[in-house]
Design a protein. Structure first.
Lengths: 327, 234
């Protein structure tokens, strides 16, 4: 069997399993976990485009998550616009916002860039906290429950939410796949590895970084809308939570940055571990699951800086018995 | 072809080069020599637009390069092989080369250029699929030069190609640069290894503390007492 047909079969089986999952598994607790996994895989995938391929390590993607969440919610509550439209509008707002934010942050490189992105997300959170007439201030607002209203992105069973977020993840993976196999993917990697050298061969690094940041911001905002619709609630602390920025980067780093499947694999590992640890250890000693979780994280980052995808690739090559090379 | 007139550049408030004037004709091989910190790399970076000029002009066939951002410079057929072999370690040898022909004109000739580069560097052809970062220093240097060639440059600027290489690899590298020059590429070679550089180039400029203190043909410089004392250890 060639490498290609095997990939196609694996992919088909994978998608079939994902589609069948909520039909087979009826437990609402389990589906809730699946939704979380798909959601963070999607956010990680969006982050990975910029953080993984172009190695611009942003810790401020909560800015776009929050902008997406607020745009669709404001449109829905104040203007009765469907969140489906609000979702795209949120993406557009986020993409636009990424221009000035990028203009500022891309002047810095390395850790300074990262710190600047943290600051932008925090600043946006403060704006939404202070301006009460604009967006309900610190107490936030609940989304009116309309029962089964698919056109308003509200469903009675969790399975439907599952399919929405699965669709988002597939979109993110498709975009990543298209970029990865095009020249743009190579240029992004070149920028990530050595920006000066990339410019020396003629790559327009500022434009490339700006464009990929826009795409990444757009996708992250879609996740924001979805999440708000799913939990029926929004406030600045959840929408612009630093945890979202961290999680986006973490799942990609643990899974393997700059790889198509890295964020998905990373999320599956991290979410399952944290859930299992919580149910096994959560009741014995308070906080022990967090300690174990952080130890696992440290171990991965220390011993497998290329992430799980790097590990899989290594095993495959050892299996095939050839020198380190990329197909 | 390339002309620098009274070029000055600085990093922040620290001046790096002052009033540097050099000229390179079509197909010529010119050296830029001097000790560490003399401003050789800065001169190349000024040509590539990676440092801003504080005064002076850089023109290529009469076009003012200073008004172009760094990524546009390769379009003129100027390839810069930076110091320290800045290859892309996570890409394969082949991918590194392919990405070297980014500008449209070079892209159109990518296939032929690849053959040319693999012809000059058979070692790279053997290691096509290897990750660039896993090769030896000398091989990485060849790759960096090869990637520069993928641009089909009219001027190839090399920054310390012998840096950190074993003497044998230095020999090979200089031999290859000679071959590239023979096919009609102008070379601007920055080197601390003065004797080696002078055996390759036709003319050279000597920099000291950011100023051109001497220039002449290789023969003149080799026989110059001052050069002998300061750089050749004779």
């Amino acid at each position: 069997m060639t490498h290609k047909t095997r990939s196609v079969i694996l992919l088909t089986v994978g998608i079939a399993v994902l589609v069948a999952l909520p039909v087979v598994v009826k437990s609402s607790f389990a589906i809730d976990i699946f939704i979380r996994i798909l959601l963070f895989s999607f956010i990680g995938t969006a982050w990975n485009l910029m953080g993984g391929y172009a190695k611009q390590l942003s810790l401020g993607h909560a800015a776009y998550f929050g902008l997406g969440a607020y745009t669709s919610t404001i449109l829905e509550i104040n203007y009765n616009v469907s969140p489906w439209i609000g979702m795209v509008a949120g993406g557009a707002v986020a993409a636009l916002a990424s221009l000035p934010i990028g203009w500022l942050c891309f002047r810095l490189r390395g850790p300074y860039f990262t710190i600047a992105t943290i600051a932008t997300a925090q600043a946006l959170m403060l704006i939404f906290l202070k301006f009460r007439d604009f967006a309900w201030g610190a107490e936030g607002t609940t989304i009116p429950n309309l029962g089964a209203a698919p056109l308003m992105m509200q469903f009675e069973n969790k399975g439907s939410y599952y399919y929405v977020v699965l669709g988002l993840l597939l979109l993110g993976l498709l975009i990543t796949w298209l970029i990865e196999r095009s020249w743009v993917g190579n240029y992004l990697v070149a920028i990530g590895e050595d920006e000066d050298a990339a410019e020396a061969i003629g790559v327009n690094a500022p434009k490339m970084k700006r464009d990929i940041y826009m795409i990444s911001a757009f996708l992250t905002a879609l996740a924001g809308t979805f999440y708000t619709q799913y939990i029926y609630f929004i406030d600045p602390a959840t929408a612009f939570s630093f945890n979202i920025s961290i999680e986006a980067a973490l799942v990609a780093i643990v899974g393997g940055i700059g790889t198509l499947w890295g964020p998905l694999i990373g999320t599956v590992l991290l979410e399952t571990t944290s859930t299992l640890l919580q149910s096994w250890l959560g009741s014995s000693i308070g906080g022990i699951q967090l300690t174990v979780y952080s130890l696992i994280l440290m171990a991965v980052i220390l011993w497998r800086p290329t992430g799980l995808m790097g590990m899989i690739e290594e095993l495959r090559q050892r299996h095939a018995g050839r020198a380190p090379a990329r197909a | 072809m390339l002309k620098l007139e009274n070029v000055s550049a600085s990093y922040g408030s620290v001046p790096a080069i002052a009033n540097v004037s050099i000229e390179i004709g079509k197909g010529e091989a010119v050296g830029l020599l001097g000790a560490n910190g003399a401003g050789k790399s800065t001169t190349l970076r000024a040509i590539s637009g990676l440092v801003k000029l504080t005064s002076g002009t850089v023109t290529f066939d009469g076009v003012d390069l200073a008004s172009y951002p760094p990524h546009r410079i390769p379009e003129f057929g100027i390839a810069h092989v930076p110091e320290g072999r800045q290859i892309f370690p996570e890409m394969t040898v082949h991918e590194n080369l392919e990405i070297g022909s980014y500008v449209p004109k070079a892209k159109a000739e990518r296939r032929q250029t690849l053959e040319l580069v693999y012809g000059i560097f058979p070692r790279l052809a053997e290691r096509k699929k290897q990750l660039a970062g896993t090769m030896s220093g000398g091989e990485q240097q060849m790759l960096a030069v090869g990637r520069g060639l993928m641009l089909r440059p009219r001027l190839l600027m090399l920054d310390e190609p012998s840096l950190g290489l074993a003497p044998v690899m230095t020999d090979v590298t200089f031999e290859k640069i000679g071959e590239i020059h023979k096919i009609g590429t102008a070379i601007l070679l920055v080197e601390q290894n003065v004797s080696r550089a002078l055996s390759l180039v036709e003319r050279a400029y000597v920099l000291e503390s950011g100023n051109v203190i001497m220039s002449g043909t290789s023969a003149e410089l080799v026989n110059n007492k001052q050069v002998q004392a300061a750089y050749l250890g004779i």
